[in-house]
Design a binder for this molecule. Sequence first.
Ligand SMILES: [Zn+2]
Length: 137
Amino acid sequence: MPAADTVQLLQAARAAQANAHAPYSRYPVGAALATPDGRVFAGCNVENAAYPSGTCAEAGAIAAMVAAGAREIADLVVVGNGPEPTTPCGDCRQRIREFATAATRVHAAGAQGVVRSFTVDELLPQSFGPGHLRPAP
Ligand SMILES: [Zn+2]
């Protein structure tokens, strides 16, 4: 993905982050993903007074992608406000894995922008995925 597209994704992630519902953690997160055909979907964390009912930014972006009929992530940016770049939590690494390919890149961003980029295999090595349930013939 060209750098300009990563910048566009970061902008979309930050726009979603601005709408995060994070009154408990006070850690608003935004995520934006691009499909191979260039469609962009964004999400933010949506916390809940019943803590486990909250959802992550990546989950919202993936749900929007799936609802629109898309099934593959080309690039995904996650952004938070902490001193370290925000990386997906363990649950979200598995969520991303479901719709990732070897070419998928996950970009961790903080206040200074995208800091590090990863393959999904780097974030979730030896992962369980759709291929385990649908072995090649
Ligand atoms: Zn998460």
